[in-house]
Structure formats: structure tokens, C-alpha cells
Design a protein around this ligand. Structure first.
Ligand code: ATP
Ligand code: MG
Length: 541
């Protein structure tokens, strides 16, 4: 999109700047939990957090919210960094919630000393039963009145590893009758005997997200803590913690809507299941809505950023049609991707009047409207492939491609006429015998012939056999559910085709191409001679 975005968050930042409320300027953070690869929903948050800092000359922290060692790993940390950088954003600094574990522990101790936190020894089930409901208040824990000394002693022994997992937790002492369930004495520390990818076995107690996040934001002087709407109900807790500990800075939390995309899922937990259950071919499977999957499919960072700009930032639920993403991908490739010829369903054509020993080198522009992409040579010989669907035995009226006795122009080459259809033993069309007109060469045509159509082709000898993977939606329904995942998944979401592409495509440094009349494709980053279809040429194909 051409004009810089305006949205309620940018308006808010502009007025904060105008009224000199930001002592240290604009400071944002993108805070992923390293429990999976990033998806396009995260890209929305990345474009927002890094985008506003860029726009207003500020800073952005890439902060790993690594408080749950059971689900997190270094592989995910590295993948997330690579994806953010690939999207075109530069962080000021990488930080981790675990960098602050000692400080966070200190604030918990302060809260105990102030009588605002207590060690609770109810088990998970008892805690659930006493939490109350949306309409009924909860009940105080029998341990809520423990003395400060006892709490300090127990909490210190929790840290020292004297108790089993689940034996005790640390809870805030707020209000079990609060209409906001998040304020009903929330748990802020739990025991976990798990090796953390950064702090190893230093800790066996880990702080919960709600306690950690606001403290990290304050320690990093975040000017605008931007998060998705499901945290709106957590904001009173965010504020409560910062109001009750001794930190002299209190960032504002501002919520915006999550991105949802039709026919796919947008949750690391569910994406993880797809990977673990081998329902897809890893996190970077081109059908995945992950940044890595989109990259492997041939989508560029520019297209993703354009998409995020177009969906905008609002407080309204945001389930977007896949068409919008595809529109952005097409728009990005339209003028930049070289255009070559690939035949997806090859049908052999033999030019019977073409001398076997004298192939010609033709040439054509990589892009008729973008001369900067240059020219490539096109070998042309006695045997060629055309698209099976460009031939009809009994053509409908106004048919513009090839049929018996009719002529067609081969793009950047000659006019041919189909003289004979050759069948194989099973009665299928095996080959077309054609005549070419030597004086009809593109650009030098003196033949006076006027065929109705132009089709693409590839020289059989010089052409390179490849596999093309055409991806369909991963799910059959617009809003797949996590309970119905297996039913909702589309069993035919990848179609593999044997195809032939012109040699210049294989030799080119470019990874992305338009195959004329077929769509946009990219070379697979892992497997040689495999092309992934990025998107069709037009909507609805
Ligand atoms: P998931 O369920 O996919 O793991 P999450 O919100 O738990 O999502 P985090 O790694 O905690 O994932 O998210 C990092 C940041 O990205 C958070 O600020 C979160 O609000 C934001 N984010 C996650 N999913 C989306 C989405 N679909 N649209 C916009 N922002 C998102
Ligand atoms: Mg999360």
C-alpha cells in the first residue's frame, strides 16, 4: 500500500508524542513464546510493533517469553529470529523473560512481604473448584491467611527444590469475589522440574505469563504494550501487578484484534499437532500459514507486509479471506517475476518438416513490460511439448488453441498446423504431427498467416523434467476446529504433476517465475527440480 497506515494505535502514539508523554520515545516489543514457528498472525503483530517504531524513530525489542520450559526450545528461538529478519525488520535488542527471572522473583518476595501474595497448597482440581464461575464468586483458599513468615519460608523452599511439582503455588491475594476471574487470586509461580533452554536447571519454579509480561514491559520501558484482544480481560491484572510492586514505570497495554485467515488455523498449538502427527511435511510445508511455509511457497516479505497493511489494525474481529493474501502475492510478483514457459501436462508435438540436425535458438523477453529483466534464449527443435489442454479433437466454436487441421502460434517462435493425431495402444492421444512455417518466426513474420491463438511450449530435448506441486486449501471448511481437525483437513491438499520447463528457468538465478498462462511458481528450497505453485494468475482458480 502506498500511503502510510493510520489506525487507532498510531493515532494514540501521535498524540502521546505531541503531548510529550514519552520520555524515552516510542519503545515496542514483539514477545513470542518460543513454542513453535511464527504464523501470519504473528506477522501482523510484527508489522505493527516494528512498523510503529520505524515510523516514529523508536526501538523494538524482540523478547522471548520463555516461561514454560516444557514446550519451548532453541530451535524455535532461532526460527523466530530468522523469520522476523526475513520479514525485513531489525530489532534493537533480543531479550528473554528469563533474563529477568531473578528480578521477577524479587518482586514476588516483595509482594509476600507486603501481605499481597501467599503460598497455596491446594491441588489443581481443588483450585478449579474454588475459582467460582462467571456468575458466582470463588472461595478463599484455606491457605490465604498464612503468615508472611510462613509464606516467605515456603516460597524460598519452593525455589530450593524441596517440594514436588503441584505441591504448592504462589498466588496473588486480590479478590476471590471479583467479577473478573483473572483477579481471583491468580497463580503467579508454579513448580516445574524441567531444564530450561537458557537457564538450565537454575530454576525449578517459573513465573506465569501474567506476572512476567507486565514486569518485563516495565523493565524495558515499553511505551506501548500492544497485544491481542484476548488479553483485554487480563489488563486489570497487568495494572494491578505494576501498581503493587516497586517499579516506577507503568506501560499502557493496548489491545487490537487477532488476525484469522479462512481455511487454515492460526495457533501454534494446533500447528504443532499438524507437524507432530505428520499431517503436513514440517513447519515449512508450503500449505502451512507459517512464515516459513509461505516463504517456501514463494511468497515474498513485501507481499506479507502489504497484506498486513491492508488488513489494518482495529478492535474488530478480523477473519480475512485467503483471496486478499493471494491478491497481495500476485500484485507483488506481477511486475517483478520473470515470465517463462512451463508445460504442466505435456503433450508431444513433432514438427515433421523440421530438420532434426538444425535446432534454432530463439529468444524472448523475461517480461514484456519490465525490460530490466532482460532476455533469455529459447531452444526450438523438432520435438516439443505443449499443454494437453491446449489441444482439442473437437474444438468448440471460437476455440483459439490447437485442433486437427488448425494453426496456432507458439509463443516467441513459429506458427504450426496440426496435421495428424497419433494414438497409443490404449487409444489415448500420444503425439501430434505438425508442420511449421519457417517464414512465420515471431518478430520476422512474413507468412501472412493469421492463427487465432498463441500457446506456450517447451523444447523436448532441452526442456527439463520437473515436478510441480499445486497446493489446495489445507482445510475443507473456512473455520476448522481443533476438535474436528482430522475431519476438517483436506485429504487432497497437494497435487503433484510431472511437468517440463524451459532450460533458462533452471539456469536463472531467480527462484520465482510466472509460468505463462499457468500461475506463479518458485523453485523449492530443499528439493532440486521441484516447483511449488505460489498462486494462480487469477482469483478463483
Ligand atoms: P499462538 O496460539 O499461535 O501460540 P500466541 O498469542 O500464544 O499465539 P505468542 O507467541 O504468545 O503467540 O504471540 C506473540 C505475539 O503475537 C503476541 O503479542 C500475540 O498477541 C501476537 N499474535 C499471536 N497470534 C496473533 C494473531 N493471530 N494475530 C495478531 N497477533 C497475534
Ligand atoms: Mg502464547
Amino acid at each position: 500500500m502506498d500511503s502510510p497506515p493510520t489506525d487507532f494505535i498510531r493515532q494514540r502514539i501521535q498524540s502521546d508524542i505531541a503531548e510529550q508523554r514519552l520520555a524515552q520515545g516510542v519503545i515496542t516489543r514483539f514477545p513470542p513464546e518460543p513454542n513453535g514457528y511464527l504464523h501470519i498472525g504473528h506477522a501482523k503483530s510484527i508489522c505493527l510493533n516494528f512498523g510503529v517504531a520505524e515510523q516514529f524513530g523508536g526501538k523494538t525489542f524482540l523478547r522471548f517469553d520463555d516461561t514454560n520450559p516444557l514446550k519451548e526450545s532453541d530451535e524455535y528461538v532461532e526460527a523466530i529470529k530468522a523469520d522476523v529478519a526475513w520479514l525485513g525488520f531489525a530489532w534493537t535488542e533480543v531479550t528473554h523473560a528469563s533474563d529477568y527471572f531473578e528480578q521477577i522473583y524479587g518482586y514476588a518476595v516483595d509482594l509476600i512481604k507486603a501481605g499481597k501474595a501467599f503460598v497455596c497448597s491446594l491441588d489443581a482440581e481443588a483450585m478449579r473448584l474454588t475459582r467460582g464461575t462467571l456468575t458466582e464468586p470463588g472461595q478463599d483458599s484455606p491457605h490465604r491467611q498464612r503468615s508472611i513468615e510462613e509464606n516467605l519460608d515456603l516460597f524460598q523452599r519452593m525455589r530450593a527444590g524441596e517440594f514436588a511439582e503441584g505441591e504448592h503455588v504462589l498466588r496473588l491475594k486480590i479478590d476471590m469475589a471479583s467479577p473478573n476471574i483473572n483477579l481471583r487470586d491468580p497463580v503467579i509461580y508454579r513448580i516445574r522440574y524441567a531444564t530450561h533452554q537458557r537457564t538450565g536447571d537454575d530454576w525449578c519454579i517459573y513465573p506465569m505469563y501474567d506476572f512476567t509480561h507486565c514486569i518485563c514491559d516495565a523493565l524495558e520501558s515499553i511505551s506501548h504494550s500492544l497485544c491481542t484482544l484476548e488479553f483485554e480481560d487480563h489488563r486489570p491484572l497487568y495494572d494491578w501487578v505494576l501498581d503493587n510492586i516497586n517499579l516506577n514505570y507503568h506501560p499502557p497495554q493496548i489491545e487490537f484484534s487477532r488476525l484469522g485467515l479462512e481455511y487454515t488455523v492460526m495457533s501454534k498449538r494446533i500447528l504443532n499437532r499438524l507437524v507432530d502427527d505428520d499431517l503436513v511435511d514440517g513447519w515449512d510445508d508450503p500449505r502451512m500459514p507459517t512464515v516459513a511455509g509461505l516463504r517456501r511457497r514463494g511468497v515474498t516479505p513485501a507481499a506479507i507486509r502489504d497484506f498486513c497493511a491492508r488488513i489494518g489494525v482495529t478492535k474488530q474481529d478480523n477473519t480475512v479471506e485467503m483471496n486478499l493474501l493471494e491478491f497481495c502475492v500476485r500484485k507483488d510478483m506481477e511486475s517483478t517475476a520473470p515470465r517463462g514457459m512451463g508445460v504442466l501436462e505435456p503433450l508431444k508435438v513433432v514438427i515433421t518438416n523440421f530438420a532434426e540436425i538444425q535446432p534454432v535458438e530463439l529468444s524472448g523477453p523475461w517480461h514484456a513490460q519490465n525490460e530490466a529483466l532482460g532476455q533469455r534464449t529459447l531452444p526450438f527443435g523438432r520435438e516439443l511439448f505443449i499443454e494437453r489442454s491446449d489441444f482439442e479433437l473437437e474444438p468448440p466454436k471460437k476455440y483459439k488453441r490447437l485442433s486437427p487441421g488448425e494453426m496456432v502460434r507458439l509463443r516467441y517462435a513459429f506458427i504450426i498446423r496440426c496435421d495428424e493425431v497419433v494414438y497409443d495402444a490404449s487409444g489415448e492421444i500420444a503425439q501430434l504431427n505438425c508442420t511449421y512455417f519457417e517464414d512465420s518466426r515471431s518478430g520476422q513474420d512474413t507468412s501472412g498467416l493469421k492463427p487465432k491463438g498463441v500457446i506456450h511450449w517447451v523444447d523436448a530435448e532441452a526442456g527439463v523434467p520437473v515436478q510441480v506441486r499445486d497446493y489446495q486449501r489445507l482445510f475443507r471448511v473456512p473455520n476448522p476446529g481443533s476438535d474436528t481437525l482430522l475431519e476438517d483437513i483436506n485429504p487432497d491438499s497437494v497435487v503433484r504433476l510431472d511437468a517440463v520447463v524451459e532450460p533458462a528457468i533452471m539456469a536463472s538465478d531467480s527462484d520465482r517465475f510466472q509460468f505463462e498462462r499457468q500461475g506463479y511458481f518458485c523453485k523449492d528450497s530443499e528439493q532440486a527440480n521441484v516447483f511449488n505453485k505460489t498462486v494462480s494468475l487469477r482469483e478463483g482458480f
